[in-house]
Design a binder for this molecule. Structure first.
Ligand SMILES: [Zn+2]
Length: 442
């Protein structure tokens, strides 16, 4: 066999491998995702309302749990007003639901949520449903020119915070040309080696946590390394994406940086289009918002495809805005803006405001050398701790950090600086840049 024929055979194998994984049971999901994105918004909305009724019926039929929760709304079909009488599903409710359907759980695949909003929750998932979970992510990759068979580098942790995780559990990575670089507590020490491995791999797509990709950027800059191959895109998922990360990653990798919003419980929820809008995966989830106690609107998601473990009006835990304005890309999918995590609030003098906007502003205003090395801990009302990783070659200036923090966090905060040797990633591999509680360091 000639080299060209061998390459062609390998490519054919990769296409076949992906087809088996994605299309084998997911032909319907793939086809609908390809088509429905171009439907007019009102047609999509009407069809989505129909899918919602189907899943409500499945939830109602599944047993006592949802029948009890729908006591006020009555049985499906539900009009919008009655639908809103179904109480929002918290993570604790979900755990109770899953205990009640433990038997079904043994029959399907398992997904575990990232656990960033509390204890990890395992979601039962059969393979048909799984195809729906990943179809949105796969469509998003294609918006950026990524094709089956393209080499992909995955930089994800154990949290299963990405919709692709269960697929990865099934996949023979080499067959589909995906390469994993696990984000674990030792990831940061291996950053330079991973960059060298990327050089050999020449991935068309890098997919992973923002903090992990940004750590590679720091290794590239510190080592004076140059990447010879430019990826088609870097897709970031699983953690909040800060502007400083997006800019540094775009500059260093020389390609578009794209945000995906998803979760282990729900699958793909939204994906950024080439016009910069985060489009809701309307074929997979129905999103709505309700007023939050401390201000803003909480995002609720109803999973439209998982009949094994229906999630109806599930509390994602984020504050956000859903918009139906048309996007320049022409897609009728609604758009989503996430403003921050509901529980991540800055509390002072009886007021509770979303932490995210101010933390974003503070981190973005820091000198580049401190990007990724500073985070905010909020241990008690009125108190902020600026944690900074000490660099061996630089004397940190705590006074300067306090002054910088005072410019953003104005009015009456007690601000302390705490040098730490290094930030530890969570067991999930994630690295939050804002944390409630004492946090602490090594
Ligand atoms: Zn768009």
């Amino acid at each position: 066999m000639t080299a060209a024929a061998a390459r062609s055979a390998a490519l054919h194998l990769r296409h076949t491998g992906l087809r088996l994984l994605l299309h084998g049971r997911g032909g319907e999901a793939q086809a609908l995702h390809a088509e429905a994105q171009w439907w007019a918004a009102d047609i999509l909305r009407a069809r989505q309302w129909g899918w919602l009724q189907d899943i409500l019926r499945a939830a109602w039929d599944a047993g006592e749990f949802y029948a009890a929760r729908m006591a006020e709304s009555g049985p499906p079909p539900l009009d919008p007003a009655r639908f809103r009488r179904v109480p929002p599903l918290t993570r604790r409710d979900l755990a109770r639901q899953l205990r009640q359907t433990a038997a079904a759980r043994r029959a399907g695949l398992m997904r575990t949520s990232g656990g960033s909003g509390g204890a990890a929750v395992a979601i039962p998932l059969d393979r048909d449903t799984y195809a729906w979970y990943v179809a949105g992510t796969w469509r998003g990759f294609q918006w950026w020119g990524v094709e089956p068979g393209d080499p992909v580098a995955l930089l994800l942790g154990r949290s299963q915070g990405s919709p692709l995780h269960a697929l990865l559990a099934l996949a023979k990575d080499r067959v589909i040309n995906w390469h994993r670089f696990p984000v674990d507590p030792a990831f940061d020490d291996r950053a330079a080696g991973i960059v060298r491995a990327m050089e050999r791999l020449r991935p068309a797509l890098l997919y992973g946590y923002p903090s992990a990709l940004h750590r590679l950027v720091r290794a590239i800059r510190a080592g004076g390394l140059r990447l010879r191959a430019r990826p088609k895109a870097v897709v970031l998922t699983g953690e909040p994406l800060y502007v400083f990360q997006r800019q540094a990653i775009a500059e260093t990798f020389g390609c578009p940086v794209v945000e995906e919003y998803g979760s282990g419980e729900l699958g793909s929820v939204a994906f950024e289009c080439p016009h910069g809008a985060l489009h809701v995966t309307a074929e997979n989830v129905y999103l709505e918002t309700v007023a939050a106690e401390s201000g803003g609107e909480r995002v609720l998601a109803t999973q439209l495809r998982n009949r094994l473990a229906p999630l109806v009006r599930y509390e994602i835990g984020d504050i956000g805005v859903i918009d139906a304005e048309p996007c320049g890309c022409g897609r009728g999918l609604p758009t989503l803006r996430i403003l921050g995590r509901d529980r991540d609030r800055l509390e002072r003098a009886g007021s509770r405001s979303l932490a995210r906007p101010l933390v974003e502003r503070f981190l973005g205003a820091l000198p580049e050398a401190l990007h990724g090395r500073v985070r905010i801990v909020h241990p008690a009302a009125g108190v902020l701790v600026v944690e900074v990783e000490t660099a061996p070659d630089a004397a940190e200036q705590p006074d300067r950090l306090v002054r910088a923090a005072r410019e953003t966090f104005t009015g009456g905060w007690r601000i302390e600086v705490r040098p730490v040797r290094r930030f530890e990633r969570l067991p999930s591999g994630k690295l939050p840049y804002f944390a409630l509680g004492a946090q602490g360091a090594t």
